[in-house]
Design a protein around this ligand. Structure first.
Ligand code: NDP
Length: 460
């Protein structure tokens, strides 16, 4: 099984091939650490990164070299206790989410037919939405601790429940990011080696034969331990819910510092909280995305889901703790408007496609026009999907822009997200276009002639 280019007969590499993927694997962790640092200082600065005269001079760092020889790239490397504590916290966090996935009640949902032509489908435990609420419950009112109380002259230890010491996440933000990055390398390495086991279903795009490229793309399509699906679990739980907790921690820290919470901080928590909640509420929709149906589980998704999402998507909240612009309420209101427009497009388009894919005769979609294809599936040609072929990406990007805007207009750092996300979505749309061309052939060309615009109706 391989992905061969029909024109030149060679493997059809993506992401710049082996060289591009190696460069990405080196650069992404560096950029993650830089962003967490820049969000703390509030501007782009390279000064401290090369400051090798700082207190960090442990053995680990000498191995990592000059760039890593700084507190920015390798935070707490001079304090192995801190490092170990953060590593233990990350392990417990991961394990806690695994336990929720395993033991909370769930719906058993069938995924898309496997691409091996067998017609078989995998079954998934869908309970991410419940895991989301249980996590919030534990973090906010059910965090266990022991307190000493005196009763009748006697002191005893009692188990009580309350709010988790959530600002600890703010205090250890960079170190947590650093150990999570290490964890993603460990997990990707495990996934890579286990993919050589017998009888496993491999991802077409992750089996070039080049070990670096395959390590990045992911060789195995659905790595599982029994019914535990590593990829689906990592896509939605530890990273996404972790992002929400990090944001909550930033909010608590701002309150601790200032004695109040700013409008921007409230809105970033509400906007991004809504985004995370939405993803988990619609968990079954992920089963038909290219991440699940097509891409292998390698470094790309592993790092993206577990390190990049929580630690770079939370930098707006991190930035606001120390650099809140105290925007006028009218500006905040306008930004809420931008967010709502984005959410309406995003949810409207994704919801319409999901409803149509589940049942084209459902009342909410039965009035829409569509194109019959030789492949057997139908393509919507009116409603949201008649306006532009990737209108859902446009809505997503507009929402992301509103997250940056609540941070004011003094620094480029919070705007990293709008810039990065535009690049990701354009690249992703090209990948999807390519895959749809392969899936649908001439029907895809016909669809593109009916729905001519990609992102913005009438423009491009
Ligand atoms: P889409 O939801 O756009 O799904 C693409 C698939 O939809 C195609 O392969 C095709 O599959 C089907 N499709 C395309 N056009 C039509 C049509 N007209 N009618 C019916 N079906 C159609 O892509 P993604 O999975 O990439 O994205 C899902 C959401 O996740 C998006 O809103 C995106 O913005 C978001 N996202 C967010 C990220 C983040 O980091 N925040 C990262 C990636 C995505 P088929 O025909 O086989 O069903």
């Amino acid at each position: 099984m391989c992905k061969v280019n029909s024109v030149c007969g060679k493997f059809d590499y993506e992401f710049g091939g082996p060289f591009g993927t190696i460069a990405t694997m080196i650069l992404l962790p560096i950029v993650t650490m830089l962003l967490t640092y820049w969000a703390s200082v509030g501007y782009v600065s390279f000064e401290k990164i090369f400051d090798t005269t700082s207190s960090c001079q442990s053995g680990i760092q000498s191995v990592l070299g000059t760039v890593a020889n700084s507190e920015v790239m390798c935070p707490s490397c001079n304090d192995l206790w801190d490092l170990a504590t953060c590593a233990i916290v990350i392990c417990f966090w991961f394990l806690f989410q695994v336990l929720l996935e395993r033991f909370l009640p769930c719906d058993l949902v069938q995924g898309a037919p496997l691409p091996d032509g067998s017609g078989n489908r995998l079954s998934y435990r869908i309970n991410g939405h419940l895991a989301f609420w249980v996590t919030l419950l534990v973090a906010n009112i059910a965090w266990p601790s022991w307190v000493e109380i005196s009763e009748g002259g006697e002191t005893k230890s009692v188990l009580v429940f309350g709010r988790a010491p959530i600002t600890w996440l703010y205090d250890n933000y960079s170190t947590l990011a650093f150990v999570t990055i290490l964890w993603t390398f460990v997990l990707s390495t495990y996934l890579y080696f286990r993919s050589f086991g017998k009888g496993l279903l491999l991802a077409v795009g992750g089996n070039s034969g080049n070990p670096f490229y395959d390590y990045f793309m992911g060789r195995e399509l659905n790595p599982r331990w029994g019914s535990f699906d590593w990829k689906e679990f990592c896509e939605l739980r530890p990273g996404l819910i972790g992002w929400l907790l990090l944001n909550t921690s930033m909010l608590s820290k701002q309150y601790e510092r200032l004695g109040y919470v700013s409008g921007s901080m409230i809105f970033i928590n509400v906007f991004q909280g809504l985004y995370v909640w939405d993803a988990l509420y619609q968990e079954r929709a992920i089963l038909t995305t290219m991440d699940i149906t097509t891409d292998g589980f390698g470094f790309m998704l592993c790092f993206g889901d577990l390190a990049w999402v929580p630690f770079t998507y939370s930098i707006q909240a991190r930035y606001l703790v120390d650099h809140d612009p105290h925007l006028h309420w009218t500006v905040l209101l306008a930004i809420v408007g931008v967010n709502m427009i984005g959410y309406l497009i995003f949810r409207g388009a994704n919801g319409q496609k999901d409803a149509f894919r589940r049942n084209p005769d459902a009342p909410e979609v039965s009035h829409l026009s569509f194109l019959e294809t030789k492949r057997g599936t139908k393509l919507l040609t009116s409603g949201w999907w008649g306006m532009a072929r990737k209108i859902n990406y446009t809505g997503d990007w507009i929402m992301g822009l509103s997250w940056c805007m609540v941070c004011g207009f003094n620094s480029i750092v919070p705007y990293y997200y709008a810039i990065y996300f535009a690049i990701l979505l354009v690249h992703r749309s090209i990948r999807d276009d390519h895959m749809c061309q392969e899936k649908y052939g001439d029907d895809w060309k016909k669809y593109k002639s009916i729905v001519q615009y990609r992102f913005i109706p009438g423009l491009f």
